[in-house]
Design a protein around this ligand. Structure first.
Ligand code: G3P
Length: 214
């Protein structure tokens, strides 16, 4: 499973990229707003750190407007893909992007039907938001399961990005189900690398090493 970071913070991206495990980055308008910096400047900097898919979101509500944004944003770097909300105008834009060779990430997906339509329109990625579904009383991971099955049944080449991840367990479940990608917030990926027994083990190995005659 590919691991993406769900953030627009370049310090966080640099740190996790340094671990040698980062395959891509997803951003959204909320994450960009948190940084208080120019959108294009942030995306340009992320592209210089990570050599993989970088999602930048369009905010127009019409296919024509989304296409204008998509053409501009993809000039930043060939790795930029355009996050487009699932809606009728979004589907039109996804299909138009496909024709122009622009990669897309269908976002705000909350059902496998939405994911299927986005894949049919030619989305490169679909992003079901599992944490927001869980918060709403629905098991988000069930949408991942059904979407994986549907895409496998028809050999669709759209990749599934598990998004809105809330815990390390979501990452394990994503990998067990066979999702292509999990986009993980910084705080969660930091939790994934640690275990109290690892800390105890390191401490005791270092203490014992001191007893070895040198
Ligand atoms: O980037 C999309 C998605 O991961 C947002 O997650 O935490 O705002 O539900 P969240």
């Amino acid at each position: 499973m590919k691991i993406f970071l769900d953030t627009a913070n370049v310090d966080q991206i640099k740190e996790i990229a340094g671990w040698g495990i980062l395959d891509g980055v997803t951003t959204n308008p909320t994450l960009i707003a948190k940084e208080g910096r120019d959108f294009r400047e942030v995306v340009t900097q992320i592209c210089s750190i990570v050599d993989g898919p970088i999602s930048a979101e369009a905010v127009s509500m019409t296919a024509v407007g989304i296409m204008e944004e998509a053409r501009e944003l993809t000039k930043i770097h060939p790795n930029v893909n355009i996050k487009i909300p699932i809606m009728p105008e979004g589907l039109k834009a996804i299909a138009m992007c496909k024709k122009e060779g622009i990669k897309t990430n269908a976002t705000l997906i909350f059902s496998s039907n939405q994911a299927l339509l986005a894949a049919k329109a030619g989305a490169s990625f679909v992003s079901p938001f599992i944490g927001r579904l869980d918060n709403n009383g629905q098991v988000g991971m069930e949408v991942i399961e059904s979407t994986v099955t549907m895409f496998e049944n028809y050999n669709l080449d759209t990749e599934i990005i598990v998004a809105s991840v809330r815990s390390p367990l979501h990452v394990i479940d994503s990998a067990m189900i066979g999702a292509h990608i999990c986009t993980i917030p910084y705080a969660i990926i930091k939790k994934m690398v640690t275990h109290p027994l690892t800390d105890v083990g390191i401490k005791s190995f270092l203490a014992d090493w001191e007893k070895v005659p040198k």
